[in-house]
Write a protein that binds this ligand. Structure first.
Ligand code: NAD
Length: 343
């Protein structure tokens, strides 16, 4: 197949593109940033969040190559950043709208990257199945952007017959998530800080429990979805993709410390505004519809993530430098008001 991936310079996009190439597919990416990890696939540098006039062909009238299916991953993907800068949440919705318009005109199916954030932080369930989303519980502007994206997709399916799959991801970690300039994710940030002997802060306290997904499992689920959707075996479904097990952030930090052969210097702090503090996915639907069977429990995944991090750091010793959690935003905007890592 010929597959278009938006957000192709990001963590999931890069891993997915390489996986699809290995599976014999052709990949074409779109992102507003260069891909710093690989040059194995072509991509277009384009801002997908513009308020463009109605267009023909690719977004904003740019000629895209012939495509069988689009995977829409581009987004501002950090919860707490969007609480501080809500206009970025609106940009997420605009990106999804532009990609939907492209898919509608090109008459191709779409795979969308939603999030467990759509469930909110309501602590109502042991395992969250897909029906449990109740949008009255919209937890943050980031959640709102994913709910808006889902709603647009469901409406395009009804009004224009657009075939789709929506995946709700949860804390994806591993390879290609340790770009120093964008390191606000908890696992690479903890590895970075502990390697430097610096303290870490666990926002949400000792009980904060999340479903961490090693990136290869996530990408395997998406690849299964792409094939099932292309063959119309599975169409118009919303599906959780995670590992299916809760782990505390404290445990996660302890495992990183173990892998690094160090003792974690942890401070516990209250949860940040808009964050989910308890989530364990119900994966029954992914298993039944896609044969999804995640393989990498957190302890193994942490070992792999630490090994990847060490390898990358050896090749880039200049990255062994102090970073604050607002690094990316400070870089982008030349200013530095304080925020904290998201998980
Ligand atoms: N990684 C996770 O834990 C997780 C969890 C739930 C949902 N998701 C969703 O999965 C998707 C992929 O996540 P990721 O971890 O790879 O994120 P990422 O931040 O690594 O990648 C997102 C990419 O989108 C691009 N992008 C942002 N704004 C753009 C714009 N205006 N035009 C073009 N490109 C733009 C970025 O440059 C980036 O390369 C996102 O939609 C995210 O919200 C991720």
């Amino acid at each position: 197949m010929k597959i278009l991936i938006t957000g192709s310079s990001g963590q999931i996009g890069t891993n997915l593109a390489l996986r699809l190439l290995r599976g014999g597919h052709e990949v074409f990416g779109v992102d507003k940033r260069q891909n710093t990890w690989t040059n194995e696939f072509p991509y277009l540098l384009q801002d997908l969040a513009g308020h463009y006039a109605p267009f023909r062909g690719g977004i904003n009238g740019v000629e895209y190559p012939e495509t069988d299916l689009v995977v829409h991953l581009a987004a501002h993907a950090k919860v707490h950043q969007l609480v501080g800068e809500p206009h970025r949440a609106l940009e997420n919705a605009v990106m999804t709208f532009n990609v939907l318009e492209y898919a509608r005109q090109a008459n191709i199916p779409l795979v969308f990257s939603s999030s467990r954030e759509v469930y909110g932080d309501v602590h109502r369930f042991e395992g969250y199945n897909e029906q449990a989303a109740d949008f009255a519980y919209t937890e943050s502007t980031y959640s709102a952007s994913k709910i808006a994206g889902e709603a647009f997709i469901y409406s395009y399916a009804r009004c224009y017959g657009l075939p789709y799959l929506v995946f709700r991801f949860s804390n994806v970690y591993g390879r290609y998530d340790n770009d120093l300039h964008r390191m606000v994710r908890v696992i690479p940030l903890f590895i970075h800080s502990m390697l430097r002997g610096e303290p870490i802060t666990i926002y949400g306290g000792r009980d904060k429990t999340l479903d961490f997904t090693y990136v290869d499992d996530c990408v395997d689920g998406i690849a299964r979805g792409i094939e099932a959707l292309a063959e119309r075996r599975v169409v118009n479904q919303t599906i959780n993709l995670a590992y299916g097990e809760g782990n505390t952030l404290v445990h996660c930090a302890e495992r990183i410390a173990h892998e690094l052969g160090t003792e974690p210097d942890m401070t516990l702090a209250p949860s940040l505004l808009g964050e989910v503090t308890h989530y364990v996915a119900d994966l029954s639907k992914a298993r039944a519809l896609l044969g999804y069977d995640p393989k990498v429990p957190l302890d193994d995944g942490i070992a792999r993530a630490v090994a990847w991090f060490r390898e990358h750091r050896e090749a880039h010793p200049e990255e062994n430098t102090f970073i604050s959690a607002d690094h990316e935003r400070a870089q982008e905007r030349g200013q530095g008001w304080k925020t904290a890592p998201v998980s």
